[in-house]
Write a protein that binds this ligand. Sequence first.
Ligand SMILES: [Zn+2]
Length: 387
Amino acid sequence: MLDTLTDWCSSWKLSVNPEKTKVVHFRPQSFNLTSFQFKCSSNDIFITDSYKYLGIWLDDHLTFDKTTKELSKSASRALGAVFAKFISSGGMSYKVFTKLYNSMVEPVLMYGSVIWGTKSYTVINTVQNKACKYFLSVGKSTSNISTRGDMGWLSCLSKQRISCIRLLCKLTRIDQNRKIFKVWRWASRRKKGWNYEVNKTVNLFNVNDEVGNVTLNTKYVMKTVTEKINLLDNDEWYNELFNDRGHQNGNKLRTYRQFKQERNTELYVAMLIPRQHKRVMALFRAGSLPLAIETGRYARPPIPVHNRLCVLCTNNCVETEKHFLLNCSLYDDLRWLLFSECSNYIENFAILDDDQKLVEMMNCPEIQAFLSKSIFNFFMRRKLFLV
Ligand SMILES: [Zn+2]
């Protein structure tokens, strides 16, 4: 074929630029790279491992690893620009931040996800997790589960699945003479690849009937699909929250599990409160506020849990989130104010036990601003006394 091209070029007095001409040997992982020397008009054509076409990197094993890595890099840059605005404008509301993320970062991050989106990619998820943590002003080591849970955002995989199913819907309804339809039909015979994977997702959500029924339009079908994906996203998030295999969720999210069961935007996140209050509240909830229970994990060797004692009072107990918020005598005066506020909105607050108090406080909408401010004040005092 290259010889034919050479002949054609010479009869039309054209030349092929050897600098811009390369060969990609598409093959399964188990195949060796070809050693064939390709030539075109006496120039050697060299082999390369990937090629960018319409913004998608096609690598020699068609893995999309390079595509997602490059998208993640570009989206990180876009996120950096959004965050620069965030800082220079003195912070922004959850609504504005989400809008900017959805219009400036996500289109970059999700570019071509209809093609590569059938599985989860760490490099893609990282960008969204970073955005959540930026907004809450918490560090990298804060749990991804709690930050996304409090922001209430859909996972990247769910967003990818939505775009893949939308394309499948469109293909199912397209004019059968179109090339794209024929290619899709031809590729569908294989027991792997895009069509196979997307159909697996369709089965997972049990939306075969809707997707397959061509009398329903894509927009209508996608409404049902999106609702189901939302529900499953919530279940997946919940399972992750309680997944202790190879994770340290059990340590870090021990308190979070008690009061948070659903992935939804928390009031303290959506409210206009000082950024520092938001930050300390997010850390407290995630079990990442540097109390003894948490910092003891980082000591070398780690301090046994029962020895991570509070050094700020004489109670001689482990400094957990609960001790900090509900019992430590260092904050008695501040707590008195907080508890009287709680009593205004939570029924029988005074007679609840500590676990019930914590759950009620975290879930009572009326006190979220006051609670964030109080936890911030507690923490500031703690800092003062530890120096
Ligand atoms: Zn204490």
